[in-house]
Design a protein around this ligand. Structure first.
Ligand SMILES: [Fe+2]
Ligand SMILES: [Fe+2]
Length: 198
């Protein structure tokens, strides 16, 4: 199929717009976390923001590969999220958006790209959907733990690590204040949120 007339071209433009905004939205959430001294949540959103920017660049590369001489603006009819609220609300909104990307939007874009004969595009939509699923799992767990006031509790012993000084403590519940550098638990690494759950 001629790429210029394809739905895949529109979908790539839409995905580029969506990922670009997600990258910036996560920077905004990171700044919000910083104003609340939630250093670890700030770091997490900075990392997620970087991921989204790379996704946007991936879609940009595909679009300009298949359509090297884009002269006209590409018209997109789509909704983009602008939810605002408390930090915990924004984490929930972000997790919902990640879920719809990986369960609905990107699988359907991949299918359309496949049907239209753009296998390379379909492949990237599938790979990026997998990352968005990881993002969903991380944010969903973060939200649930924050809501239950149990971010630093674990059913089995865990190695809690202070991101400031590197001190680690192995137990079911993390330290409230780091015994080495006096940092609060807002500096404890959130790496455990991305640990694959079997
Ligand atoms: Fe993304
Ligand atoms: Fe994401």
């Amino acid at each position: 199929m001629n790429f210029e007339k394809s739905q895949t071209k529109i979908n790539l433009a839409r995905a580029f717009a969506g990922e670009s905004q997600a990258g910036l939205r996560y920077q905004i959430i990171a700044e919000k976390a910083m104003t609340e001294d939630k250093n670890n949540i700030q770091m997490l959103f900075k990392t997620l923001a970087k991921n989204e920017v790379v996704h946007a660049k991936t879609f940009w590369k595909l679009l300009t590969k298949h359509s090297p001489n884009v002269e006209k603006n590409i018209e997109i009819n789509a909704g983009f999220p602008f939810q605002n609220g408390e930090l915990i609300d924004m984490i929930k909104y972000a997790s919902n958006n990640e879920k719809s990307e990986n369960t609905t939007i990107y699988p359907s874009f991949a299918k359309i790209a496949e049907d239209e004969g753009f296998k390379d595009v379909a492949e990237k939509f599938k790979l990026i959907a997998l990352v968005e699923n990881d993002h969903f799992m991380i944010l969903d767990e973060l939200y649930n733990k924050l809501k239950a006031n149990a971010l630093f509790k674990s059913s089995t012993p865990y190695e809690w690590k202070c991101s400031k000084c590197g001190y680690t403590h192995y137990s079911k519940e993390a330290f409230k204040v780091c015994p080495l550098c006096d940092a609060t638990s807002d500096y404890i690494n959130l790496d455990f949120l991305s640990t694959p759950k079997k």
